[in-house]
Design a binder for this molecule. Structure first.
Ligand code: NAP
Ligand code: MG
Length: 402
């Protein structure tokens, strides 16, 4: 078979630990034999980040702006223990945080659904994608403990020195206070990323806040979304046969439990943080969750939602067998290859991505899976494979499909 052609390179961001091991196996077994793979390679492994004073992370984000599509392996976010383990010059920041700040995106997380791994919520038939705004609110809040009686106010001082005040509370005794903010520009990017992603994936978009209680703060989110929708997206949504719908957060939560899935749920920062954990565990496993960062300019960075699976890596280093699930990392590759195919008008490349995904699902549905899935599957007598064996089984299925 002739290899499938690529014209523009993918930005390839290699990573750490067990996922770095899987990364190489995936390329060797599932991609390079079939695709004339073109990538611009950036080694975001912690050792190389440390050697380059983290410059490599910045360079990889710039490259993503140049080429438009990146695929990223999970990376270590250093903490005190990692400082010693890797003898680091500094406690380098989270690469995901750095990349997100440069690309200014929204993170979309979607479960990979497969027969045999059933959601706990019986009526969920299709994936629910969470779109999480990744700036501000409680994550950038200022807080105070109020020691005793006194007046607490919000004060805005304009550039001309004029003050606007809003009473928070006349404290009669001790208490607490918190000041949150967000930026219209960031909310606008969030809205556009969500609308574009809905059009891209042909799914309805839900958005919900607590605007009945928060008449200025949350209401601004609602108004910005509605305004951009009316001006820029209404016709496009109608043409695509999809819907944008806003409701109160309580109503959204109630409806989600009764819905079938197959839509995107846009969430403010805190709601997205909490709800994505609920949705992913209700669908089965973190190892079956994809994640893509979409910028308002239309740059895409694909990755798995899980981390570097450190515990499995230490077993691997000791020469013990591991059974690490590579599906989310494979789907990061297929997401990126399919997007490259769309942007470069290479339908064969996109079709290959579809087949590779199909091969993963069929392999699991045939009862061959890693240990994490074997523990929760409804299929009887699953065959538990090791990390490499599972990838080889997917290759066999893929060769049958091609
Ligand atoms: P993790 O890598 O997500 O793994 C936590 C546990 O979840 C594993 O020990 C394993 O459970 C299970 N698991 C996750 N992915 C799996 C897979 N593909 N197959 C099978 N089981 C899987 O989180 P962590 O171990 O807490 O974090 C390790 C490193 O990842 C940290 O240094 C953190 O900074 C980094 N991290 C990176 C990203 C990113 O780059 N996007 C995201 C999160 C964390 P069992 O051990 O029970 O088998
Ligand atoms: Mg969380």
């Amino acid at each position: 078979m002739e290899k499938i052609n690529m014209t523009t390179p993918l930005v390839e961001m290699d990573g750490d630990e067990m996922t770095r091991i899987l990364w190489k196996m995936i390329k060797d077994e599932l991609i390079c034999p079939f695709v004339d793979l073109k990538t611009e390679y950036y080694d975001l492994g912690l050792e190389h980040r440390n050697e380059t004073d983290d410059q490599v992370t910045f360079d990889s984000a710039s490259a993503t702006k140049k080429y438009g599509v990146a695929v990223k392996c999970a990376t270590i976010t250093p903490n005190a223990a990692r400082m010693t383990e890797y003898n680091l010059k500094q406690m380098w920041k989270s690469p995901n945080g750095t990349i997100r700040a440069i690309l200014d995106g929204t993170v979309f997380r979607a479960p990979i659904t497969v027969k045999g791994i059933e959601p706990c919520v019986r009526n969920w038939k299709k994936p629910i994608t969470i779109a999480r705004h990744a700036y501000g609110d409680v994550y950038k809040a200022s807080e105070m403990k109020i020691p005793g009686p006194g007046k607490c106010e919000l004060v805005y001082t304009g550039e001309d020195g004029r003050e606007t005040r809003e009473l928070i509370h006349e404290f009669a005794g001790a208490g607490i206070v918190q000041g949150q903010h967000n930026l219209n520009e960031s909310i606008e990017s969030f809205a556009r990323s969500c609308f574009n992603f809905a059009l891209d994936t042909k799914q309805d978009l839900w958005f919900a806040t607590k605007d009945t209680i928060s008449k200025k703060y949350d209401h601004t989110f609602k108004d910005i979304f509605q305004d951009i929708y009316d001006k820029e997206y209404d016709e496009k949504f109608k043409a695509a046969g999809i819907e944008y719908f806003y409701t109160l957060i309580d109503d959204a939560v109630a409806r989600i439990m009764k819905a079938e899935g197959g839509f995107i749920w846009a969430c403010k920062n805190y709601d997205g943080d909490v709800m994505s954990d609920m949705v992913s565990s209700a669908f089965g496993s973190l190892a079956m969750m994809t994640s893509v960062l979409v910028s308002p300019e239309g740059y895409y960075e694909y990755e798995a939602a899980h981390g570097t699976v450190q515990r499995h890596y230490y077993k691997h280093l000791k020469g013990e067998e591991t059974s690490t699930n590579s599906v989310a990392t494979i789907f990061a590759w297929t997401g990126a290859l399919r997007k490259r195919g769309e942007l470069d008008s290479l339908p064969e490349l996109s079709a290959f991505a579809d087949k590779l995904e199909q091969a993963c699902l069929s392999t699991i549905e045939s009862g061959k899976m890693t240990k994490d899935l074997a523990l929760i599957t409804t299929l009887e007598h699953p065959t538990v494979l090791n990390s490499e064996g599972f990838i080889k089984a997917i290759r066999e299925t893929l060769e049958g499909l091609l």
